[in-house]
Design a protein around this ligand. Structure first.
Ligand SMILES: [Ca+2]
Length: 100
């Protein structure tokens, strides 16, 4: 599957198609979608994050994202597991996560 351009991340960064963010900024961004405020990202919440950047198959992708990041298998991505989302985010959200 190919995107037409790299600018579908404009909700993350309005002035740069190739957005870079730190893992902390990424966590902060994800927290916007933590609708029930429990500090963990569920499949539904990850799906909303995917919807916000656009694209297709958000339900399937969110399932894949949680499955790949959820180290302890409880179905949620907690704060310590969000780092596992980095490679997923680089592919699916079109962001470059930089480590400092
Ligand atoms: Ca939550």
């Amino acid at each position: 599957m190919a995107f037409k351009n790299n600018c579908y991340t404009r909700s993350i960064s309005t002035n740069n198609c190739k957005s870079e963010m730190t893992i902390e900024e990424f966590k902060q961004w994800l927290k916007q979608f933590d609708h029930d405020g429990d500090g963990r990202i569920s499949k539904d919440e990850l799906r909303d994050a995917l919807k916000s950047v656009g694209g297709w198959f958000t339900t399937w992708k969110s399932w894949r994202g949680v499955k790949s990041a959820d180290a302890n298998g409880n179905g949620f991505i907690d704060d310590s597991e969000m780092k596992h989302l980095v490679s997923f985010a680089e592919k699916r959200f079109g962001v470059k996560i930089v480590m400092y």
